[in-house]
Design a protein around this ligand. Structure first.
Ligand code: NI
Ligand code: MN
Length: 226
């Protein structure tokens, strides 16, 4: 699996010949000016919640690529009215797609669209392929529910966790989350985009290293493989 960081909470994941985008927020991200959304491929787009900084480029990318959206029932209904295709799920559910399985898991946050309409409950996802499992936390606080993930789904190879604090977990909570997830390899996201979530990256990496854990902070556009 190849995971490319597209800035903020946006990812592009290549798994089993398919490209899965996550929470595309690129055109409004000052730090991601070098990423051109009309070059991004997408077979599927995962959406964790309805906040603007997770959905801004969904419509443009889905219209061009014909990608199928995967999100909660309310978010899928919202985008279906705009003519997009989607697969609705809800927390606790799993579904087998052609690239692997998606488990929709709990996130502790909020979820309303920029126009005020109801965006259902926020969520995280576990993407499970034949050989790997990655947990994409979405915007969330640290929750005790995270302990259920390795117990119910199995070993998590990579946890993608918000680390920017203020709107979500910060570094200290993300480190505790990695304990709950029984996971040593973390990709940090949801940091530095806005003043409220600027972090000291070296300090964050060292904090994880002290506990013999790996915090990956990728330059926007860079990838890691698992
Ligand atoms: Ni949010
Ligand atoms: Mn957010």
């Amino acid at each position: 699996m190849k995971i490319t960081y597209l800035g903020h909470a946006s990812l592009s994941i290549e798994a089993h010949g398919k490209t899965i985008l996550v929470d595309p927020y690129i055109t409004e991200n000052e730090l991601a000016k070098h990423i051109a959304i009309n070059t991004l491929e997408a077979d599927y787009i995962l959406i964790t919640h309805a906040h603007e900084d997770h959905i801004v480029d969904v419509e443009a990318i889905a219209k061009r690529t014909g990608a199928i959206l995967i999100s909660n029932f309310e978010i899928i209904s919202y985008f279906e009215k705009k003519g997009l295709k989607g697969h609705p799920m809800n927390i606790g559910g799993s579904w087998k797609f052609d690239f692997g399985k998606i488990h929709m898991v709990n996130a502790l946050h909020s979820s309303s669209f920029p126009d005020g309409s109801y965006g259902g409950n926020p969520c995280g996802f576990v993407l499970e392929t034949k050989h790997h499992k990655i947990y994409i936390a979405g915007d969330t606080a640290l929750t005790y529910d995270m302990r259920l993930i390795p117990k119910m789904i199995g070993y998590i190879d990579l946890a993608v966790l918000p680390i920017g604090d203020n709107f979500t977990m910060g570094v200290k909570s993300a480190l505790k989350a990695s304990d709950f997830l029984e996971c040593k390899k973390v990709l940090g996201y949801h940091y530095d985009t806005f003043d409220y979530i600027k972090i000291d990256k070296i300090k964050a990496i060292n904090k994880f290293a002290k506990k013999r854990k790996e915090l990956n902070l990728l330059p926007i556009g860079d990838s890691l493989k698992i």
